[in-house]
Structures are given as structure tokens and as C-alpha cells.
Design a protein. Structure first.
Length: 63
């Protein structure tokens, strides 16, 4: 892996993260409020599941 791949991946993350509030600002605000009301343990579990799914997707794409 070279540095250009890392920076490209980080740029794609920023693009994807920006799409949600751009397309639906009201829905984004509601989602953030719901997340703020969640217990920390549940948020950690969601984060862990997302990390695992991302790793599986990365392995599937990059082999």
C-alpha cells in the first residue's frame, strides 16, 4: 500500500460522511439525537459491527 491509497481512502470516507447531512439535514439531525440517547455500550457495539463489516468488505474487494 502506498500513501496515495491511504489518502484516497480517507477522502472517500469524508465524501461518504458528507453525503448524509447534505442529502437529508433533518434526517441527520434526528439520527444524531437518537444516537445521543443511546447507551454507550450500544454505540460501542454498533461501532464494532461497522468495523467488522468494513474489514470484510475490504478483504472482499482487495483480496
Amino acid at each position: 500500500m502506498n500513501w496515495a491509497d491511504l489518502w484516497s481512502a480517507l477522502a472517500l470516507v469524508l465524501i461518504l460522511e458528507g453525503l448524509i447531512p447534505f442529502v437529508s439535514p433533518r434526517g441527520y439531525k434526528n439520527m444524531v439525537q437518537q444516537m445521543a440517547a443511546m447507551p454507550e455500550k450500544m454505540l460501542r457495539n454498533v461501532g464494532l459491527v461497522l468495523i467488522f463489516c468494513g474489514l470484510v468488505a475490504l478483504l472482499a474487494v482487495r483480496g
